[in-house]
Design a protein around this ligand. Structure first.
Ligand SMILES: [Zn+2]
Length: 126
């Protein structure tokens, strides 16, 4: 279970970005710091994303960089992301499946699609 420490942003801390949405923290806003993996989140992200998803997001962004919605969703549809994944992926062993699955979820996040939306789209297409 992921837990957070809440601190007040102070401009003395320099420019800090939310690790999920990439927004810059402003004066008199709260910063939520996860005790696991040093994830830094804004109030808005804490309010709208489940803890389980936050953990997954932080993990993927720490590993591969970027943040949620760094690319505009209209650059590529969720269907295109899923289609591309099934066209390029060969499932020869379980390590491939786990790795590919991670990349698929990461790509969807970069384009601003949540894991929930991704699962819904895959179910719709298969
Ligand atoms: Zn945020």
């Amino acid at each position: 279970m992921i837990t957070f420490n809440k601190i007040r942003y102070d401009k003395e801390q320099g420019q800090i970005y939310c690790g999920i949405c990439g927004e810059v923290f402003r004066e008199n806003t709260d910063i939520y710091i996860s005790q696991k993996d040093f994830g830094i989140l804004c109030e808005e992200c804490i309010g709208k994303i489940t803890n389980e998803q936050i953990e997954e997001f932080i993990d993927l962004f720490n590993k591969f960089g970027g943040y949620f919605g760094i690319f505009k969703p209209n650059q590529i549809t969720l269907k295109q992301i899923v289609d591309e994944f099934f066209n390029l992926t060969s499932f020869e062993n379980s390590a491939d499946i786990i790795e590919s699955n991670l990349k698929l979820r990461y790509k969807a996040l970069l384009h601003g699609y949540t894991p929930k939306e991704l699962v819904r789209k895959i179910k719709e297409l298969i």
